[in-house]
Ligand binder design. Structure first.
Ligand SMILES: Nc1nc2c(c(=O)[nH]1)N[C@H]1C(S)=C(S)[C@@H](COP(=O)(O)O)O[C@H]1N2
Ligand SMILES: [Mo]
Length: 368
C-alpha cells in the first residue's frame, strides 16, 4: 500500500500472496488462540482460552487498585476489590470470540493479529452485575453510553491511549453484564484482566474490557479510538463503517482424526468417523448446524445437543456421522441462528478483517 494507512487509523492490507510478516508473528506469539481440539470441552480449561491484548499486560496492585464510577452520575463511587467481591455474585458460562477471528484467511489479508479460527473460548465467569452499581451511582436521565477504561496504555496507529471502549447504556444495563473477578472458579489471571474485567455476553471480545479502572456514564456517544476508528466494518479508507457489535453465528469442527505436524492437515481412517463441534451466535440462539463432507456440494443437518437454558451465552455442541471413503475430502460446517442469519460460503471482506464468519473448510485425507 502506498498510502499512509497509519494516519487513517487503518490496518495495512497485505499485497496479494504476501506471507505473514515478523510484525504479525510478534502479535501471534503474544496473543494465543485456543487449540481447536479444546472444542471438546463445555468449559475451556484454564490456559487454553484464547488471549488478545493490544498493548502490554499492565501491572496492577489489587491492594491499592480502585474502580471509579463517574461521569454523568449523581454520586461518584470508588470501590475496592473487597467491596466489589462482597456484593451479590453470579457465575455464568459465556463464550468470548475476538472480532478479528478468521482475519488471516481474508484475501487480501488486513495486517494485524493473524487469527485463523482459534480466537474463541467459553469460560465460567464470576462477578457482580453492573446495573445495580450504575443505579447506586445515579445515572443522568440524558445518559446514552457508558465508557469502560482499562489500566493498559499504548499507541495504536499513531494515537496514544488507554484501552477504552464505549457501550450503549441499554447494553450496560442488561442484567447479564458483569464486573468479573474470577474465571473457571479461580482468581482472574493477569492476561485475562486481573483484578476486574467487564463481561457483556453476546458482544465480540473488544467490548469485554480487561483491567478495569474507570466506568464513565456519558451523555454523548463515546468517540474514543476503539469505537470511532477501530472495530468498524469499513470497506475502503474513506468509509466511516458500521460499528462491530454482537457475535455473528459460527460453527467450528473439532479437528477430526490426527494431524500432520507441519501442515496441520488432518488424516482419518476410512469408515465411520464421528464429527463433532460447537456453534454459537451472540445475536440469537443457534437453530441449525449443517455439515458438508464433499467441499460444499451437498449439506446435511448436524444433530444439535439440547439447548441448555442454564447457559444461554455458552456455545452449543453438535455431532454428525460421516462415512469416510479413501481419498481426499473437504469438510465444511455452517451455523444458522434464530434471527435467520447463516454463515456465508463466500468471504464478505472488510478493511480491518472484523466479524468475518466465513464457513470453516477442513481438508482431510482419508486413509484406506
Ligand atoms: N483493557 C483491555 N481490554 C481488552 C483488550 C485490551 O487490549 N485491553 N482486548 C480486547 C479484545 S480485542 C479481546 S478479543 C478480549 C480478549 O479477552 P481474553 O484475552 O480474556 O480472551 O479482551 C478485550 N479487552
Ligand atoms: Mo479482539
Amino acid at each position: 500500500m502506498s498510502t499512509d494507512t497509519a494516519s487513517l487509523g487503518l490496518a495495512r492490507v497485505a499485497e496479494r500472496g504476501e506471507g505473514v510478516g515478523l510484525d504479525e508473528l510478534a502479535l501471534a506469539t503474544r496473543n494465543h488462540g485456543m487449540p481447536l481440539e479444546a472444542l471438546r470441552y463445555d468449559v475451556t480449561p484454564p490456559g487454553l482460552h484464547y488471549v488478545l491484548t493490544h498493548f502490554d499486560i499492565p501491572a496492577v496492585d489489587p491492594a491499592t487498585w480502585r474502580l471509579e464510577i463517574g461521569g454523568a452520575v449523581d454520586r461518584r463511587l470508588a470501590l475496592t476489590l473487597d467491596e466489589l467481591m462482597s456484593r451479590p455474585a453470579v457465575t455464568t458460562r459465556v463464550l468470548l470470540e475476538c472480532a478479528g477471528n478468521g482475519r488471516a484467511r481474508y484475501e487480501p489479508r488486513p495486517v494485524s493479529q493473524p487469527w485463523l479460527l482459534e480466537a474463541v473460548g467459553t469460560a465460567e465467569w464470576t462477578g457482580t452485575p453492573l446495573a445495580p452499581l450504575l443505579a447506586e451511582a445515579g445515572i443522568s436521565p440524558d445518559a446514552v453510553d457508558v465508557a469502560f477504561t482499562g489500566a493498559d496504555h499504548g499507541i495504536e496507529r499513531g494515537v496514544e491511549q488507554d484501552y477504552a471502549r464505549g457501550l450503549p447504556l441499554a447494553e450496560a444495563r442488561r442484567p447479564e453484564a458483569l464486573l468479573v473477578w474470577a474465571m473457571n472458579g479461580a482468581a482472574l489471571l493477569p492476561q485475562h484482566g486481573a483484578p476486574l474485567r467487564l463481561v457483556v455476553p453476546g458482544w465480540y471480545g473488544m467490548a469485554q474490557v480487561k483491567w478495569l479502572t474507570r466506568i464513565d456514564v456519558l451523555t454523548e456517544p463515546f468517540t474514543g479510538y476503539q469505537n470511532a476508528t477501530a472495530y468498524r466494518l469499513k470497506v475502503d479508507a474513506d468509509d466511516p463503517g458500521e460499528p462491530v457489535t454482537r457475535i455473528r453465528p459460527r460453527a467450528l469442527l473439532a479437528p477430526p482424526g490426527f494431524p500432520d505436524f507441519m501442515t496441520r492437515e488432518r488424516f482419518v481412517h476410512a469408515g465411520q468417523v464421528p464429527l463433532t463441534g460447537r456453534a454459537w451466535s451472540g445475536r440469537a440462539p443457534v437453530t441449525r448446524v449443517e455439515v458438508s463432507t464433499d467441499g460444499g456440494e451437498s449439506w446435511g443437518d448436524a444433530v444439535l445437543a439440547p439447548a441448555d437454558p442454564a447457559h444461554p451465552f455458552a456455545w452449543r455442541a453438535w455431532s454428525y456421522h460421516w462415512t469416510a471413503r479413501p481419498g481426499r475430502s473437504e469438510l465444511l460446517t455452517r451455523a444458522t441462528d434464530g434471527s435467520g442469519e447463516t454463515q456465508p460460503v463466500e468471504q464478505q471482506w472488510n478493511r480491518q478483517g472484523m466479524a468475518n464468519n466465513l464457513v470453516q473448510r477442513v481438508p482431510v485425507t482419508v486413509l484406506p
